[in-house]
Design a protein around this ligand. Structure first.
Ligand SMILES: Nc1ncnc2c1ncn2[C@@H]1O[C@H](COP(=O)(O)OP(=O)(O)O)[C@@H](O)[C@H]1O
Ligand SMILES: [Mg+2]
Length: 412
């Protein structure tokens, strides 16, 4: 089996177009390799209601009838995909109705599902996550990046929820690194003291009502002042600096509005409560379009709607421009020497950079329709997967904490 990439799509809150994005993103990806979309928003039947094809088996059969997950795939039929351009796409539907034990599954069900997803035979697995931040969401996410976060202009609670996902993932990783069974302590003297110290500090940073250590950057600063260049300092700093956020703006309606009511509040919240040092990349936008909404209402994914091919004007010039635009804002995160005492990062750098990237994209792509929006997002996602480590975008598997710890400390 070829290595695959598992890419979760999350938003923290419902109603921002997560399912719409996940379906069309998975369809577009399937043109580049076998793709399976999994409905993990198991309480809402959203995906099965958005694609009008007969479903033979779904997660109900996996959980209740012990069917292997690979038997619960649904593919498109000739009626909705007459030209078979999406023959490499399949999805796993949630159950027909809300079934509590499937929606709020416990640890045993969760482990079985994670193992089964890890065993799926596909190049890309796209997860449509549910809203919320409980362990049934977080435990499916990667440890060192956000997957794809979706947010929209004018929905401040959803924008904040998206940055809280980043916070939850980073803190989960820090707690794991500093957990009692972590090999980390084999590298430091006086393990008990450091176990207590690191965990107390993490509690204080994570608690938004405790302003004594505001975010992880101050945490690192504190640590380097009291411990100097210590493995604890380095571990926190590295966790933060290696982290990568990817977001897509849905219901896009122009640079100014999207920036002021979505990107800026997102980055403000992220830098205030988590860190100004994580990498942040905008993968693109999906324009607000009646056609997308109408397609959804007709149980037809928007990318399956027939389109007229637009003529390209100057192909060579266009391709050069496309190449440049594919990579913009996706530069590798800066790695600084770990013995360098960190000055607090300036959140303004992120804001200026994100605005600049958005403006450059907009100058070239403002007239793109939603088909072109998805093409562009896919180009950027593929570029990221081809040029960065797997842990920077999705991951090759869903790691259980134990496996993550082992892999973290295997490389040092
Ligand atoms: N780009 C878009 N343009 C127009 N309507 C959209 C767009 N994206 C989503 N919608 C509409 O917004 C609503 C919520 O979308 P949905 O994908 O179900 O969100 P979520 O999964 O986040 O709850 C749906 O009615 C959908 O048709
Ligand atoms: Mg949904």
């Amino acid at each position: 089996m070829a290595t695959k990439r598992i890419i979760p799509i999350s938003s923290g809150k419902g109603g921002v177009g997560k399912t719409t994005f996940a379906i069309n993103f998975a369809l577009a990806l399937s043109r580049h390799g076998r793709t399976i979309l999994v409905d993990l928003d198991t309480g809402t039947s959203a995906i099965r209601n958005a694609i009008n094809v007969p479903i033979d088996k779904d997660l109900y059969h996996f959980f209740r009838k012990n069917e292997p997950l690979s038997h619960c795939l649904t593919t498109l039929d000739d009626r909705i995909d007459p030209t078979r351009q999406f023959r490499n796409f399949a999805f796993i539907a949630g159950p027909l109705h809300l079934i509590d034990e499937i929606t709020n599954f416990g640890p045993i069900h969760k482990k079985r599902l994670i193992d089964a997803i890890n065993g799926l035979d596909a190049e890309y697995v796209v997860l449509d996550m549910r809203a919320g931040l409980d362990t049934n969401v977080i435990d499916f996410l990667p440890f060192s990046n956000s997957g794809v976060l979706i947010f929209t202009p004018h929905l401040p609670s959803a924008t904040l929820a998206a940055s809280d996902i980043v916070k939850a993932i980073i803190f989960r990783k820090l707690r794991l690194i500093f957990s009692r069974e972590s090999p980390f302590y084999e590298t430091v003297q006086g393990r008990l003291d450091f176990f207590r110290l690191s965990n107390e500090l993490i509690d204080r940073v994570e608690d938004v009502y405790d302003s004594s250590v505001q975010n992880l950057d101050f945490f690192v600063l504190d640590l380097s002042e009291s411990l100097g260049d210590h493995p604890i300092t380095r571990a926190v700093q590295q966790t933060v600096e290696e982290f990568r956020v990817h977001y897509v703006l849905n219901l896009f309606n122009g640079v100014e509005d999207s920036f002021n009511t979505a990107v800026k509040p997102f980055i403000d919240n992220l830098t205030r409560n988590v860190s100004a040092r994580v990498g942040i990349a905008n993968l693109g936008w999906v324009t607000k379009s009646d056609a997308i909404h109408r397609a959804n209402c007709n149980q037809m994914p928007a990318l399956l709607m027939p389109t007229e091919q637009k003529k390209k004007v100057d192909r060579v010039a266009q391709e050069l421009e496309d190449l440049r635009l594919t990579a913009i804002g996706l530069e590798p995160s800066k790695r600084r020497p770990t013995n360098q005492v960190p000055a607090t990062a300036d959140p303004g750098d992120h804001l200026a950079r994100q605005l600049e990237v958005l403006k450059t994209m907009f100058a070239q792509k403002k007239d793109d329709d939603y088909y072109a929006n998805f093409d562009y997002i896919i180009q950027r996602a593929l570029f990221t997967m081809q040029t960065r480590r797997p842990s920077e975008f999705g991951d090759v598997r869903i790691y259980e904490p134990r496996q993550m710890l082992a892999s973290l400390f295997a490389k040092v």
